[in-house]
Design a protein around this ligand. Structure first.
Ligand code: NDP
Length: 280
């Protein structure tokens, strides 16, 4: 009986995690990637470029965007353009979507990925910082989604929202950031239900990432924890595949799915393990 159960489990996992992604499905796709001047967003742009997509990238730093766009062209992008924008400004999220739609003649894929910087430290009581980060990491996502949804409806397109294990599990030193990611998960989780109820043809993927080896993340956690960081390029490819295969939720690296499953089972031990994973 136990063996049958085990085999059933293995088969179920194989079915759930089989790779059905066809890179051809994104060839010529019109893609907008936010936070693409560096880190995971930059890697997302490069993967789409290799697959022959038409890309608009956005962030604040024009020089960095120019370089990423030029790299995308060399890697094979059908189009590689950039729009600068500051997502802490109330009007920029909508403006950037509108410009991308104009430049691409529509939109098939929106990747919401940008984040603002925040200290990796005990919260110092700064409520303004929490408010600003909410605008940057959450409200701007809502504004961009709102501007993009009607266009994505026309193209039966997809939206990929980049979230974090810290939007599912609380740990020390990340209060403001975790708050924004919990908000992202709550809002877009609800939107997934509503799109389904409306029989919308827009697919919405929320990707939960563990620790990824981007410069910004590594600079922050150095000296605080020795958790393994996973490659940004693999994380980027993972989320592209999850979006293209219309998964509602995806997890990278895969083991964090089980971390999320176990989160509420043993709260006492969970908290002891988390607190002992950090030095302060
Ligand atoms: P980075 O810090 O490397 O990149 C952040 C991007 O956002 C940059 O392109 C930056 O460009 C842009 N950005 C910052 N501020 C603004 C602003 N005001 N307006 C517009 N764009 C802005 O982040 P990562 O690549 O590490 O993370 C990407 C995503 O992955 C995030 O959603 C993050 O939560 C998620 N994630 C990352 C993990 C990790 O360990 N790295 C773990 C779990 C989730 P510029 O400065 O030019 O504006």
């Amino acid at each position: 009986m136990k063996t049958k159960f085990f085999i059933f489990g293995v088969c179920l996992m194989a079915v759930l995690w089989r790779d059905t992604f066809d890179p051809e499905s994104v060839r010529c796709a019109r893609v907008l990637v936010t936070g693409a001047s560096t880190g995971i967003g930059e890697q997302v742009a490069y993967h789409y470029a290799k697959m022959g997509a038409q890309i608009v990238i956005t962030a604040r730093r024009e020089y960095a965007l120019q370089k990423v766009a030029a790299n995308c062209t060399s890697l094979g992008a059908q189009k590689a353009l950039y729009v600068t924008g500051d997502m802490s400004q109330a009007s920029d999220p909508e403006r950037v979507v509108k410009m991308a739609v104009e430049l691409l003649g529509g939109l098939d894929i929106l990747v919401l990925n940008h984040i603002g910087s925040t200290p990796f430290a005990m919260w110092n009581g700064d409520g303004d910082h929490v408010r600003e980060l909410m605008q940057l990491n959450f409200l701007s996502y809502v504004n961009m989604a709102s501007a993009a949804l009607p266009v994505l409806e026309q193209s039966a397109g997809s939206m990929i929202v980049v979230s974090s294990l810290l939007g599912k599990i609380t740990t020390p030193f990340v209060g403001p950031y975790a708050a924004t990611k919990f908000a992202v998960n709550g809002f877009f989780g609800s939107m997934q239900h509503e799109l389904a109820m409306q029989r919308s043809n827009v697919s919405l993927t929320v990707t939960t990432l563990g620790l990824i080896d981007t410069d910004s993340a590594m600079d922050k956690i150095r000296g605080y924890t020795n958790m393994t960081a996973y490659p940004a390029s693999d994380a980027a490819l993972h989320l592209i595949k999850a979006g293209a295969t219309h998964q509602k939720e995806s997890f990278y690296p895969g083991y964090i799915y089980f971390v999320c499953l176990c989160r509420d089972w043993f709260p006492f031990f969970r908290d002891i393990i988390i607190q002992n994973s950090y030095t302060y």
